[in-house]
Design a protein around this ligand. Structure first.
Ligand SMILES: [Zn+2]
Length: 77
Protein backbone atom coordinates (compact mmCIF):
# COMPACT_ATOMS: atom_id res chain seq x y z
CA UNK A 1 0.00 0.00 0.00
CA UNK A 2 1.15 3.44 -0.89
CA UNK A 3 1.37 5.95 1.90
CA UNK A 4 -0.05 9.33 1.11
CA UNK A 5 2.52 11.98 1.77
CA UNK A 6 0.12 14.87 1.82
CA UNK A 7 -1.96 15.38 4.90
CA UNK A 8 -5.34 16.51 3.89
CA UNK A 9 -7.51 18.74 5.97
CA UNK A 10 -4.73 20.24 8.01
CA UNK A 11 -5.43 23.81 8.86
CA UNK A 12 -2.78 26.40 8.46
CA UNK A 13 -1.70 27.88 11.74
CA UNK A 14 -2.77 31.48 12.18
CA UNK A 15 -1.58 33.57 15.04
CA UNK A 16 -4.22 35.00 17.29
CA UNK A 17 -4.92 38.66 17.16
CA UNK A 18 -3.31 40.75 19.80
CA UNK A 19 -5.70 41.93 22.44
CA UNK A 20 -6.59 45.55 21.96
CA UNK A 21 -8.26 46.03 25.30
CA UNK A 22 -5.60 48.46 26.32
CA UNK A 23 -6.87 50.83 23.68
CA UNK A 24 -10.06 51.18 25.60
CA UNK A 25 -8.27 52.78 28.50
CA UNK A 26 -6.67 56.14 28.78
CA UNK A 27 -4.62 57.48 31.62
CA UNK A 28 -5.58 60.93 32.72
CA UNK A 29 -3.77 62.43 35.65
CA UNK A 30 -2.70 59.06 37.02
CA UNK A 31 -6.19 57.65 36.80
CA UNK A 32 -7.36 55.02 34.40
CA UNK A 33 -10.30 56.25 32.45
CA UNK A 34 -12.36 53.92 30.40
CA UNK A 35 -13.21 55.07 26.96
CA UNK A 36 -16.06 52.72 26.47
CA UNK A 37 -18.78 51.44 28.70
CA UNK A 38 -18.45 48.09 30.36
CA UNK A 39 -21.20 45.57 30.84
CA UNK A 40 -23.15 45.92 34.09
CA UNK A 41 -23.80 42.20 34.10
CA UNK A 42 -20.39 40.88 33.20
CA UNK A 43 -18.56 43.56 35.11
CA UNK A 44 -15.54 45.63 34.20
CA UNK A 45 -13.38 44.20 31.48
CA UNK A 46 -16.25 43.24 29.28
CA UNK A 47 -16.96 46.14 27.06
CA UNK A 48 -20.12 46.95 25.24
CA UNK A 49 -19.94 47.39 21.55
CA UNK A 50 -21.55 50.60 20.53
CA UNK A 51 -24.18 50.38 17.92
CA UNK A 52 -26.67 52.88 16.72
CA UNK A 53 -27.67 54.61 19.92
CA UNK A 54 -27.27 51.41 21.88
CA UNK A 55 -24.64 49.36 23.59
CA UNK A 56 -24.44 45.65 23.16
CA UNK A 57 -22.57 43.04 25.15
CA UNK A 58 -21.33 40.18 23.04
CA UNK A 59 -20.95 37.93 26.04
CA UNK A 60 -24.32 38.01 27.77
CA UNK A 61 -26.22 39.70 24.93
CA UNK A 62 -27.07 42.56 27.15
CA UNK A 63 -28.39 45.51 25.24
CA UNK A 64 -28.69 48.97 26.63
CA UNK A 65 -30.30 51.76 24.75
CA UNK A 66 -28.90 55.19 24.98
CA UNK A 67 -31.01 57.22 27.29
CA UNK A 68 -31.95 60.34 25.55
CA UNK A 69 -34.23 62.83 27.14
CA UNK A 70 -37.22 62.93 24.99
CA UNK A 71 -38.22 66.43 24.19
CA UNK A 72 -41.87 67.00 24.81
CA UNK A 73 -43.61 67.60 21.59
CA UNK A 74 -45.02 71.02 21.35
CA UNK A 75 -48.54 70.97 20.25
CA UNK A 76 -49.17 73.35 17.46
CA UNK A 77 -52.04 75.57 18.19
ZN1 LIG B 1 -22.36 41.24 29.47
Amino acid sequence: MAIKSKIKGKKKHVNKKTSVKYKKYTIEGGKIVKKERSCPRCGPGIFLSMGQRRAYCGRCHFTEFERKEVEPKLEAK
